[in-house]
Design a protein around this ligand. Structure first.
Ligand code: ASP
Length: 438
């Protein structure tokens, strides 16, 4: 008897995505208010999606910690750690800056916010009154800290507290970045210790890392179902009407994301990394699907690390370090989206922004990209912050919430692809000898 080979995981995930999408859209179209559909959404689709996501989220903290500690301590000398860290930062700012400037140019070209009829504008505004989600986002954004405090909070007083609240968007401390900082210091210190004496510790972290990866592989077996469930929930809730009203805005964001994803990254890969972009995108297909369905760079991190090492064969230490830091700090899709959204809402409210103000939107968006948590909707409080800073009514955030889910999914793909491109770029810029010692 011949045993049938199971379909590859990424094909299974793609089927899940497709089935979830079609079912969700059909339900939204034919029976949007049906009780049975609501029941299925909250008692079947929601728990399946959550089981998949939680299996991944539960190991994110040990993963981040062990990946950074191992990545940094294996980089060996402190000079190399510093160099890779600096390159990561520099390339992040360059790629993010390119994305935001392109987004701002497109939004000025298409002016999506100006085409909205007064009636639709009123209708959208009236739906915002008393909207709890909008209220919660506004409250979070109002508690914004000073720049000095924000920087200080990256240095944790108690890393366990930051780890505990890492996925809580209302937490005011450093969160995941603080955990990463702790891991960074820990790894540097390990690199400076005598190798023989700390070997058992290194083995413990290596073991922890392997175990975490195993848990992730359990979760990934559930991925086709989890993805189907998550997409079903999103598609069945997205109203077509609001999509139509905000179609132009969605179009501009999608256009900018696509240009960044395929042209900007493509050119960087071709000319700086010297890799064939088409091959590259084919190899990371599974990561793209995971990012799209989870809307979370953090939840995609394990898949990204595995695929980058296995398929792209990028140096493991560089992969561990750059992808882990990048999953929170290198969010070019998000930064680009924030720039477009702020200018769109300014156009919507008829607020004229000078060139200087537009430049500050660019700078703020780059910073906001670094500060955004890699979780679904992580950028929304920062959009409010930028809106407030440049004097556009922050309630406007409610206008885009209806279409945010699909944009969130798409910008997460760009964020995660950006992290992998960054890792490839950092590796390509390293001297050959350093690559070989991996
Ligand atoms: N969901 C995005 C991510 O995890 C963050 C955001 O733009 O809201 O990459």
């Amino acid at each position: 008897m011949t045993q049938k080979k199971p379909l590859p995981l990424h094909t299974q995930i793609f089927i899940g995505l497709f089935v979830g999408l079609i079912a969700g859209l059909a339900v939204n179209f034919f029976a949007p208010q049906s009780e049975a559909v609501k029941w299925i959404a909250s008692n079947v689709a929601y728990p399946i999606g959550q089981i998949f996501l939680r299996l991944i989220f539960m190991v994110i903290i040990p993963l981040i910690f062990s990946a950074i500690v191992l990545g940094v301590s294996d980089l060996g000398d402190v000079g190399r750690i510093g160099r890779i860290g600096l390159k990561t930062l520099l390339f992040t700012v360059v790629i993010t800056g390119l994305g935001v400037v392109m987004g701002v140019i497109l939004v000025n070209l298409f002016k999506p916010g100006e085409g909205i009829a007064e009636e639709s504008r009123q209708a959208l505004m009236s739906t915002l009154q008393g909207n709890q989600t909008v209220g919660a986002i506004l409250t979070n954004a109002q508690q914004t800290k000073s720049a000095v405090q924000t920087l200080l909070d990256f240095i944790p007083r108690n890393p366990f507290v930051d780890a505990t609240f890492a996925f809580d968007p209302s937490y005011q401390g450093g969160g995941l970045l603080a955990v990463m900082f702790f891991a960074l210091i820990f790894g540097i210190a390990m690199a400076l210790c005598e190798k023989g004496r700390i070997e058992p510790l290194t083995k413990v972290f290596q073991g922890l890392y392997d175990v975490v990866m195993k848990v992730i592989s359990f979760a990934m077996r559930l991925a086709p179902f989890g993805v189907a469930a998550l997409i079903f929930s999103a598609a069945s809730q997205l109203g077509f009407q609001i999509i139509a009203t905000l179609g132009m805005y969605v179009f501009v964001v999608m256009l900018a994301l696509s240009i960044h994803q395929f042209i900007t990254y493509g050119l960087i890969l071709q000319f700086f990394v010297k890799r064939n972009p088409i091959e590259f995108f084919k190899n990371i297909w599974e990561v793209i699907l995971t990012a799209f369905s989870t809307s979370s760079s953090n939840a995609t991190l394990p898949t990204a690390i595995r695929v980058t090492a296995e398929q792209l064969k990028i140096n493991q230490d560089i992969t561990n370090f750059v992808l882990t830091v990048g999953s929170t700090a290198n969010q070019n899709g998000t930064a680009l989206y924030e720039g477009i959204t702020v200018l769109f809402l300014a156009q919507f409210y008829g607020v004229d922004l000078s060139l200087a103000q537009q430049v500050s939107v660019v700078l703020l968006s780059i910073l906001a990209g670094v500060g955004t948590a890699g979780v679904p909707g992580g950028s929304l409080p920062l959009v409010v912050l930028v809106l407030q800073t440049i004097g556009v009514p922050a309630e406007g955030i409610g206008i885009i919430l209806g279409v945010d889910r699909v944009l969130d999914m798409s910008r997460t793909v760009v964020n995660v692809t950006g992290d992998i491109t960054l890792a490839a770029w950092v590796e390509a810029s390293e001297p050959m000898a350093a690559k070989a010692d991996a």
